[in-house]
Design a protein around this ligand. Structure first.
Ligand code: SF4
Length: 176
């Protein structure tokens, strides 16, 4: 069972150790996710708890020798760890401070029929309308692959100013 925990400063950053402790006795995969900007979620850089900060919290609570790195699978989005003697695992998804775009193989199809080639992409390709017109969608799919940016949909700087200029859907309308 995977449990995604979006860590937001002032909301739940004090619960990191409790979630990890859970993985000691239960076969759960806890995945801490850096808070990412999407429409309507009131993101700002101050609310973000980084990979480095999460790892420091883990080291402070469980000591450096109390947990260890485990092998990540190709295209894994999280960097994964296990407590010594633990049954489950925990990992960190660092899309903001330390992205893994170079191994990303993700393409999303939204519930309203649009291809989104990155979580942060502004552009979408409308497959549903093409299908309803009985048109081939292969070209649109290939084009969406080609237009995928090297990193984070072309959003390279996560300052409040840059993020406010970037258009994106809310996470709930993208889908997990
Ligand atoms: S390319 Fe986009 S979807 Fe893929 S890892 Fe980077 S930010 Fe996430």
């Amino acid at each position: 069972m995977k449990v995604n925990v979006v860590v937001i400063r002032g909301v739940n950053e004090t619960e990191i150790a409790d979630f990890i402790e859970w993985s000691r006795t239960e076969n759960v995969q806890i995945r801490f996710i850096e808070f990412m900007p999407f429409d309507g979620n009131n993101w700002n850089t101050e609310k973000k708890v980084s990979y480095k900060e999460i790892l420091e919290e883990v080291e402070n609570t469980f000591r450096k020798d109390g947990f260890f790195k485990i092998e990540d699978q190709p295209n894994d989005t999280s960097r994964n760890f296990r407590l010594k003697g633990g049954i489950g695992t925990f990992g960190i998804i660092s899309s903001v401070t330390n992205p893994f775009c170079d191994t990303c193989n993700r393409i999303r199809l939204t519930a309203d029929g649009k291809i989104k080639n990155c979580l942060f992409s502004e552009d979408e390709s409308d497959l549903l309308s093409a299908l309803r017109r009985n048109e081939s969608i292969e070209g649109k799919i290939r084009q969406a692959f080609k237009l995928k940016h090297k990193e984070r949909g072309g959003l390279l700087e996560f300052s409040n100013e840059e993020v406010s200029k970037h258009k994106n859907r809310s996470m709930t309308s993208i889908g997990g």
